[in-house]
Each structure stands twice: as C-alpha cells, then as structure tokens.
Design a protein around this ligand. Structure first.
Ligand code: SAM
Length: 231
C-alpha cells in the first residue's frame, strides 16, 4: 500500500504495516539512518574513533528498506563516499515473497536497483557482498533463537519489530538478551516505539535512553546508547 510520502509499504499478517502509514521512507530514513547510523558516525568521527567497518544489526529485514537506505547512503552521502565499510546483519523469520519486494519500487536508478535486488537475493546465513563497501548477512531465524557464530561487535542496532501490542515477546528482556552480548561499547540502538516499559528495560540492561521527536505526526521515537557493557 502507498503511504503518505508516496513510498510503499506492506500490510502484514498481524494487521500491522511494515512502516508508518505517514511515510515508509520518511520513517526509515529518520529513525534508523539519521538518528541511528549518522548519529553513531558523527559521534565517533568527533572522538576520532570511527571504526573502518561498522557492524549494523537489524531486527526484522522485512521489505529490506532499512538495508537499502543504508547501502544508498554509502553511495550518495558526500561524507561517506570513501569510508567506512558496512557489514549489515539482518534477522528475519518470515522472508517477504520476492514478487512483493519487486512491487515496492524503492530503487530509482540502475545502481540502486542492483543494490535492492542484492538485498532480496536468496542468500541466507552467508555473507553477500552487494557493493565494495556493503556486505549483507541475512539470518533466517527467530530473534529468540538468534545466536551468531563468532559474536560480532555490533555498533548500531535497527530495532524494527512489529509493535509491542502485536508481538509483545519481541520487546522483552529475553529478546534483548539475544542482542546485548554482541554490542560494542557505545553501540546505538534506535526504534520507532517509545513504549515506557521497553525504555525502562533498556535502561536496566545498561543503556542510556532518550526520546527524540518523531517523524511526521509521530510524537516520539527512542534512541539508546549502550553505556554499561556487561561483563
Ligand atoms: C515492522 S516489520 C520490519 C520492517 C522492515 N525493517 C522493513 O524496512 O521493511 C517486522 C519484521 O519482523 C519480522 N519478524 C516477526 N517476528 C519475528 C521473529 N520472531 N524473529 C525475527 N523476525 C521476525 C517480520 O516478518 C517483519 O519482517
């Protein structure tokens, strides 16, 4: 279905859309790219500690829009034209049928189309190099069973599950404990949901949280910085 910014989203089986109906691209760009990835990069650049390879972990690949916008950012954002490299892991239990992905039209030029097709290639559980600086590793599993080999140091988390009302089990300590042990110090997590219980849960797990103004008509979104690594 079309959202208010003219970009498309999908209505899922739980009766929820994959993105805000106020704007799929508007929401993804703001919540995950601007408030998550760019915030991390700017902070690390200022401190002179930007890693040459940024590890992103997305909960819920869905349409691939967040992965696509990340890849597009590397191709188009002036500050990111030469570095860093991005290693993008995404967890997805119910992959989107490819005919649906084909109808989303997020990509507008051949380079972007190649990138979007790469994101939706049938390559699971093995890294797939989409551009020279963007590698995708899709994990076809339930978040609650996620247990990657090698414990990668995750710098940025895009927490994009369906809402706490639709899938309460994904907003629990049990769910977050699949991710927290992987986090690098000062890792940044963003999500569109500002639910108080989730925010307090993050605080109890060592995050410092802040509510930020939301995109469109949404009042708030959540950003959390992992300040107390657990030993
Ligand atoms: C809000 S949508 C994600 C939107 C996505 N980031 C995008 O840009 O299209 C939530 C996603 O989580 C996936 N999902 C639902 N339950 C899951 C689970 N237990 N483990 C992993 N993924 C799950 C759904 O299939 C869906 O793709």
């Amino acid at each position: 279905m079309e959202t208010e910014d003219g970009s498309f989203t999908v209505l899922g089986p739980l009766g929820e859309t994959y993105h805000s109906v106020a704007g799929a691209v508007l929401e993804s760009q703001y919540v995950y790219i601007d408030c998550g990835l760019h915030y991390f990069i700017e902070k690390k650049q200022t401190a002179g500690t930007l890693p040459s390879k940024i590890h992103i972990l997305e909960m819920g690949l869905g349409t691939g829009l967040n992965a696509f916008l990340t890849c597009r950012e590397l191709l188009t954002c002036r500050e990111l034209l030469t570095e860093p490299e991005i290693f993008y892991r995404a967890i997805e239990k119910y992959p989107l049928p490819s005919d649906l992905a084909d109808r989303l039209h997020y990509a507008t030029n051949p380079q972007e189309i190649a990138c979007f097709q790469g994101i939706h290639s049938d390559t699971w559980d093995t890294p797939y190099r989409i551009t020279d600086r963007f590698t995708l590793l899709k994990h076809r599993c339930d978040l609650l069973d996620f247990n990657p080999v090698g414990k990668p140091p995750v710098h940025v988390v895009f927490y994009d599950a369906f809402s706490p009302a639709a899938q309460p089990e994904l907003w629990t300590e049990q769910a977050l404990q699949r991710i927290v042990p992987l986090l690098a110090p000062e890792a940044v997590l963003t999500t569109y949901s500002c639910k108080g219980t989730f925010r307090r849960l993050l605080e109890s797990l060592g995050f410092t949280t802040e509510r930020l103004p939301g995109p469109g008509k949404k009042r708030h979104i959540l950003r959390a910085v992992f300040t107390t690594p657990q030993i």
